[in-house]
Design a protein around this ligand. Structure first.
Ligand SMILES: C[S@@+](CC[C@H](N)C(=O)[O-])C[C@H]1O[C@@H](n2cnc3c(N)ncnc32)[C@H](O)[C@@H]1O
Length: 256
């Protein structure tokens, strides 16, 4: 499943807001070895560079195109290609920071628990994940998938992403290795131009697997059907724009 940096950065300000909010809760004054996991086009890496300096930050991502965009944006920083399902840093890190990536990594609770072992004592694991699979933006992808002539590709929840586990599951996995785990949800409200803008937003992330599964010949019809459903679920506000309700889960764990 290939990513598109151009599509992703269309809503860069909105997507980077949770990255800032996550970083604001990282209780470190200085850090020499920092990794931006799932660095994407470098928008989150840039925040880490601003706070800690370019020399200490390495961006890690599995996608070539995203890494190329990140390298162009931050020529002074290091970047590496790896799958986070298996990746470990070469030496224990001060900060493992992951904005909007672990929702894509299978069995990510076990992966996060393993990453705690790759921190120095007092080091920090900071993670944010969208927790929006029950929002209309996502349930309507599934509904569209099951409604059209393309439905064979979607039966039995083939494409459906697994919802995040309950918050206590993260506590149970991380607390034995931590002095403190801070866990919280924030709901963002993004005013967007219209229903088509919501569709453009998710085309950069959650809708991609659905469009891939529907096939290139059905892409336009799938998008049209999905957009009509989105328009019905997100009615216009007084100024004509629509309001995207977007819950996200945050966790900051400090290694014992
Ligand atoms: C939604 S973007 C997040 C970009 C950036 N961190 C931000 O804050 O906006 C998710 C990124 O995670 C990467 N990714 C997804 N699964 C991955 C995996 N298993 N290993 C490494 N990177 C992965 C994608 O290539 C993509 O660049």
């Amino acid at each position: 499943m290939a990513w598109s940096p151009e599509q992703y950065v269309k809503f860069e300000d909105e997507r980077t807001r949770p990255a800032r909010d996550l970083l604001a809760q990282v209780p470190l004054n200085a850090a020499a070895r920092i990794y931006d996991l799932g660095c994407g086009p470098g928008n989150s890496t840039e925040l880490l560079v601003e706070r800690f300096g370019a020399g200490s930050v390495t961006g890690v991502d599995s996608d070539e195109a995203m890494l190329a965009a990140a390298r162009q944006r931050l020529p002074e920083s290091r970047f590496a290609q790896a799958d986070l399902g298996h990746w470990v840093p070469e030496a224990p890190a001060d900060l493992l920071y992951a904005n909007a990536v672990f929702q894509w990594v299978p069995e990510h609770v076990a992966v996060l628990s393993r990453l705690m072992d790759s921190l120095v004592p007092g080091g920090v694991l900071a993670v944010q994940m969208p927790d929006n699979l029950t929002e209309p933006s996502h349930t309507l992808m599934e509904e569209t998938g099951l409604a059209g002539p393309w439905s064979g590709a979607f039966e039995g929840g083939k494409i459906k992403r697994k919802p995040l586990p309950e918050p206590r599951v993260y506590m149970d996995a991380l607390m034995p290795k931590a002095v403190r785990v801070d866990l919280w949800h924030t709901v963002y409200y993004h005013p967007l131009e219209n229903a088509a803008a919501i569709v453009e937003w998710v085309k950069g992330t959650g809708l991609r697997p659905y469009l891939d599964a529907a096939g290139p010949q059905n892409r336009e019809a799938f998008v049209a059907d999905y957009t009509a459903r989105i328009a019905a679920a997100y009615p216009p506000m007084a100024d004509g724009r629509v309001l995207l309700h977007f819950p996200r889960l945050f966790l900051v764990a400090v290694k014992a």
